[in-house]
Design a protein around this ligand. Structure first.
Ligand SMILES: C[S@@+](CC[C@H](N)C(=O)[O-])C[C@H]1O[C@@H](n2cnc3c(N)ncnc32)[C@H](O)[C@@H]1O
Length: 281
């Protein structure tokens, strides 16, 4: 077997594509519910995201959602006022589900199935908003290139909004029931940079019944990025920081045994708002 360290970011992303096509079954199973939710005008955002996504109808002609999965969040941007939404994801099964949902609700939407690093140049300079997060960055093996893609998709003056899992969450043991420094067995180091190679999904996200038995699953690769690496990758791509905030809110149940009032003493998510300057230096 090839050592994953000898593979390029593009090759590792293609391996992840196989794993996400398997996990897409959970999204397909939820599709009828997603369509009903969106038809009823639902918006799938967490509370901390809402102040960053206010009044989209007045300023957002095109929102591009990177790593859009089954389109529930992308189409929430449309329900929330964006005039047109564009979703990009590497998994063809995710994109098929997203397209189906958009047709069902009559949304003005375009979908592209490709590696984010190969986002179509036809979209360059067209986004008022690039939106991403909630379990997106860890699947990207080259954050410098990824930030450059964001910068080229944005219009001058356009904004990037990232709502993502706080990287400190890589450290905590997901089975801990008390707040003590019980480091996560395979990670446990905020500054660790080795890739994680795994099969299996957290039960609270992709139930075992929705995927192949673990020994038949495709190997997936994840990279732990620190806050500094994330923010600096965008600064290097020419964006400027507008606001950065850390939140105690979780967007999935990653610490199921820790009582909520204890979990809220830690940061679990962050918001990062950045702008592409109207005049490039
Ligand atoms: C955790 S899901 C995102 C979930 C989404 N935020 C949501 O709440 O539904 C991660 C998504 O990233 C996609 N993905 C992973 N690597 C990618 C890449 N290199 N390019 C494009 N999409 C990718 C996967 O196919 C998957 O749909």
């Amino acid at each position: 077997m090839t050592d994953a360290h000898e593979l390029s970011a593009a090759q590792l992303h293609q391996m992840n594509r196989a794993a996400w096509n398997e996990a897409a079954r959970a999204y397909e199973t939820a599709l009828a519910d997603t369509i009903a939710f969106l038809r009823a005008g639902g918006v799938n955002f967490c509370a901390p995201e809402l102040p960053y996504l206010e009044n989209l109808a007045t300023w957002c002609r095109r929102a591009i959602h990177l790593q859009c999965a089954g389109g529930r969040d992308t189409l929430s941007l449309w329900n929330h006022g964006a005039a047109e939404v564009v979703g990009i994801d590497i998994s063809e099964r995710m994109i098929a589900a997203a397209r189906h949902a958009a047709q069902a609700i009559g949304a003005r939407a375009q979908w592209f199935c490709c590696d984010i690093l190969e986002a179509p140049h036809a979209l360059d300079g067209s986004a008022d908003l690039v939106y991403t997060g909630r379990g997106a960055l860890c699947w990207i093996m080259d954050i410098t290139q990824w930030a450059q893609v964001v910068a080229r998709l944005l219009k001058p003056g356009g904004v990037l909004y990232v709502f993502e899992g706080h990287p400190l969450d890589w450290v905590w043991d997901p089975h801990a029931a008390t707040l003590q420094i019980d480091a996560h067995p395979p990670y446990g180091d905020y500054f660790a940079q080795a890739l994680d190679h795994s099969t299996g999904w957290p039960e609270s996200y992709i139930p075992a019944t929705a995927v192949l038995p673990v020994e038949q699953q495709s190997v997936k690769h994840e990279h732990q990025w620190t806050l500094g690496q994330i923010i600096n990758s965008f600064i290097a791509a020419g964006l400027v920081v507008v606001q950065f905030e850390e939140h105690p809110d979780q967007f999935w149940d990653q610490l199921p045994l820790l009582p909520a009032e204890i979990a809220r003493r830690l940061p679990h998510t962050f918001s990062l708002l950045m702008r592409k300057p109207t005049e490039q230096p």
